[in-house]
Write a protein that binds this ligand. Structure first.
Ligand SMILES: C[S@@+](CC[C@H](N)C(=O)[O-])C[C@H]1O[C@@H](n2cnc3c(N)ncnc32)[C@H](O)[C@@H]1O
Length: 412
């Protein structure tokens, strides 16, 4: 596969890195949707659960959800080696995480060529491998190697069995690595290093107010990730869509920038992150889940965990190209990544708005009657008003959708 794409594309009035996608979270294709619909059945087939254990499953699912969110302090390091909790992870968290990833991965600039390797840290039951196989049919026939590291051998083994059931005879080679984060990894550097929903478990004990300790952890992590990835490779980190994740990803983003890794997504710029979490807005997207598998919605409701929205925070970074040094916005236009859902504004009243991210910081995008602000994850090109106005509550630059120049798919 060719990788000699231009480092910068001229999109209308602005220069945008070629790895920046205009439209994140494209809808699921019919095929991906069907495979996801079938996933809960496949999981039941590979890991049969007698009917009498169903009630226990709902209880264990609720318990695991509690241990992963409100009662983190009670969770032991070996939680995914406990049979009941692993079963709950496989039947509830794995399909939901796969759904989230199937919405995310096709919108990311992730190129693979025959012989490439991927290193997934905190791989659990191989959620990333399964989701890549489901969401990227274009790479199913490529010989790729997946090195999957986790401290739970039981989770890795379960994932391997599930992948075999899903993919059958596949050219993908799965290499489980039963080891802690930071363990020495042998073999050549990889095309993609990923770490999905793992750093929150590793660093959750750092108090949120201790920004210095968080930055130190981010610096150390950025050195680890950079040491594992090939010079032209990418790093993908995903975390739950909670304020801690915004803070962590902002710290990691700035640490990775120091290692020469620039953000490709979701950021439309390389400046400081304007959504660093805490009390301010934190960077996250909230997917609606209407097209998630019905069986999964049913299980979630039975466990008392109905899921209408699937929030997530993520960062995709990669090497800086020489041409990217010259990146700059044309005067008086601003590329804004829409982040939040629409909400009613108190000022101007009777209007709706959404928060967005830009190189000028947080933006409050104000919708007009005829100009709705697209969807969360979309990139819009706007013109700041004159004189510029700031939102009194957040200090965000207020921009009117009436000034829209380009939107999502209509950039090119
Ligand atoms: C919430 S699960 C995420 C699994 C998978 N990445 C996903 O997105 O579904 C977190 C995983 O990280 C692993 N993990 C947490 N801390 C770890 C550490 N210090 N070393 C190795 N694995 C770790 C856990 O065993 C668990 O499998």
């Amino acid at each position: 596969m060719q990788r000699d794409k231009p480092l910068v594309q001229v999109q209308g009035e602005q220069l945008i890195p070629s790895n920046t996608r205009m439209y994140l979270f494209p809808p699921l294709t019919a095929e991906v949707r069907r495979t996801l619909e079938d996933l809960p059945r496949l999981i039941d087939q590979v890991f049969p659960l007698p009917r009498r254990f169903r009630v226990t499953l709902y209880r264990e699912t609720a318990e695991l959800s509690r241990l992963l969110t409100s009662s983190r302090g009670e969770r032991s390091d070996s939680y995914l080696t406990r049979k009941g909790l692993l079963s709950a992870y496989l039947r509830y968290f794995l399909p939901w995480n796969s759904y989230r990833l199937c919405r995310l991965l096709p919108g990311l600039a992730l190129d693979f060529a025959a012989g490439d390797a991927v290193l997934d840290l905190g791989a659990g039951p191989l959620t990333l491998v399964l989701a890549l196989w489901i969401a990227r049919p274009d790479i199913r026939q490529l010989p790729l190697e997946f090195r999957c590291l986790d401290r739970s051998a039981a989770a890795l083994n379960a994932g391997k069995r599930l992948f075999q059931a899903l993919a059958g005879a596949s050219p993908w080679i799965i290499k489980p690595i039963h080891a802690p984060l930071g363990a020495r990894i042998y073999g050549p550097k990889v095309r993609l290093v990923s770490a999905l929903q793992v750093f929150n478990e590793r660093f959750e004990k750092i108090p949120q107010a201790d920004t210095r300790a968080l930055q130190e952890a981010a610096d150390k992590t950025s050195r680890l990730l950079s040491s594992l990835v090939a010079p032209d490779g990418s790093i993908l980190v995903l975390e739950p869509g909670v304020p801690w994740s915004g803070e962590w990803l902002a710290a990691l983003r700035s640490a990775l920038l120091k290692q020469g890794k620039v953000p490709y997504a979701p950021c439309p710029h390389q400046g400081a992150c304007p959504c660093p979490g805490g009390k301010a807005k934190w960077c996250h997207f909230s997917l609606d889940t209407e097209d998630a598998p019905v069986a999964l919605h049913n299980l979630s409701a039975a466990a008392g965990l109905p899921k209408e929205r699937a929030p997530l925070s993520f960062l995709l970074t990669g090497p800086r190209g020489a041409a990217q040094e010259t990146l700059q916005g044309e005067e008086n236009t601003l590329a804004v990544r829409i982040l939040s859902d629409r909400f009613p504004l108190s000022y101007p009243s009777n209007r709706y708005g959404r928060y967005g991210c830009s190189e000028r910081g947080l933006v409050l995008v104000i919708e007009g009657d005829l100009r709705k602000s697209g969807t969360s994850g979309e990139l819009v090109l706007l013109k700041p008003g004159s004189p510029e106005k700031r939102d009194p509550k957040t200090g965000a630059l207020m921009m009117d959708m009436l000034s829209l120049l380009k939107q999502g798919a209509y950039w090119a």
